[in-house]
Ligand binder design. Structure first.
Ligand code: SF4
Ligand code: ZN
Length: 306
């Protein structure tokens, strides 16, 4: 079957089974991301948008599209921010891609590392503890992105989260009865009216992983896939496999999980709006629901293990 819009050979079958050629797919993809940005008011006049850049397909796609929009309407600024966890053979490679992209496209890239900020690389920390990689790395990265984005004066932080990521987060929170955490999801965070939290935006919210990968390849943003060696160890990895199995068996599953969730999100936010952290961590002053934040708790535990 040819492309839905012309007689050209299709390059992709979308989640709704429609097939599109290269030209029509790129047009469909860029239009849908732009609509997401407009419909959810992800970027506004005078914003200084920081794009969280890992050098992978999702973040490079976000950066390229936000840059394209910025060059067109010129009413906001962008910079990139990257976190070097210290994962040998993986992050060193993707950081090179990120640096090259930013240099070629004249985008300021700010890099922060676990080594400088917490005293060691993730690889070395993992040698001293039985903690799972992602249980340490996730909080560390969220912490640094929030703290450094504020220091850099960003008004929004754009991430590469796509439809697959969001459907996994929604299911993980359901399975673990963590609906309070789900209240913080969505294309733009909005439950917390607290200046200590940088607003996060997800321009790829409605794009599937497959679509993002295809776009990144067709636009030459990536030439190979790089995956963190720890990604399959995680709970998220199991949930991802489960949803992928369901999607293969019952097409439309991912879309249904996310659109159904968007329907109940306002109610969830209403329910949990007063149950969010308001304290400041006694060690680092970052926002926390406890006296000592999760990141400082892990750092202190690691120090004792030395
Ligand atoms: Fe860190 Fe886990 Fe992501 Fe790897 S998969 S970068 S260890 S959070
Ligand atoms: Zn702290």
């Amino acid at each position: 079957m040819p492309c839905k819009n012309c007689l050209e050979k299709p390059v992709i079958k979308l989640l709704n089974n429609e097939q599109l050629c290269k030209q029509h797919f790129i047009r469909y993809f860029e239009r849908k991301v732009l609509n997401t940005i407009n419909n959810y008011k992800l970027i506004e006049k005078n914003d200084k948008v920081g794009v969280a850049l890992s050098g992978g397909k999702d973040s490079l796609t976000v950066l390229s599209l936000v840059k394209k929009l910025k060059d067109k309407i010129r009413v906001f600024e962008i910079e990139a921010i990257a976190i070097d966890e210290g994962i040998e053979g993986y992050r060193d490679k993707t950081l090179e891609i990120a640096k090259k992209y930013c240099k070629e496209n004249d985008i300021k890239l700010n890099i922060f590392s676990y080594k400088n900020e917490f005293g060691n690389t993730l690889d070395n920390f993992l040698k001293k503890t039985s903690m799972k990689a992602c249980s340490m790395c996730g909080p560390f990265r969220r912490y640094l992105l929030n703290k450094k984005s504020k220091e850099l004066g960003f008004t929004k932080l754009a991430t590469g989260h796509n439809l697959d990521d969001e459907s996994q987060s929604i299911m993980m929170n359901y399975i673990r009865a963590n609906l309070e955490i789900s209240a913080r999801l969505g294309p733009i965070t909005g439950i917390l009216k607290d200046k200590r939290f940088i607003k996060r935006i997800k321009p790829l919210y409605l794009m599937s992983e497959k679509e993002v990968a295809m776009y990144a390849f067709l636009k030459g943003l990536i030439t190979e896939f790089n995956e963190c060696p720890h990604s399959s160890d995680s709970y998220r990895g199991d949930v991802r496999d489960m949803i992928n199995d369901f999607e293969a068996k019952y097409p439309g599953t991912k879309n249904a999980i996310v659109t159904g969730f968007l329907d109940i999100l306002p109610k969830l936010r209403e329910k949990y709006k007063n149950e969010m952290p308001l304290k400041s961590c006694k060690i680092c002053s970052e926002p926390s629901s406890r006296e000592i934040c999760q990141t400082c708790t892990i750092v202190e535990r690691l120090k004792k293990n030395v």
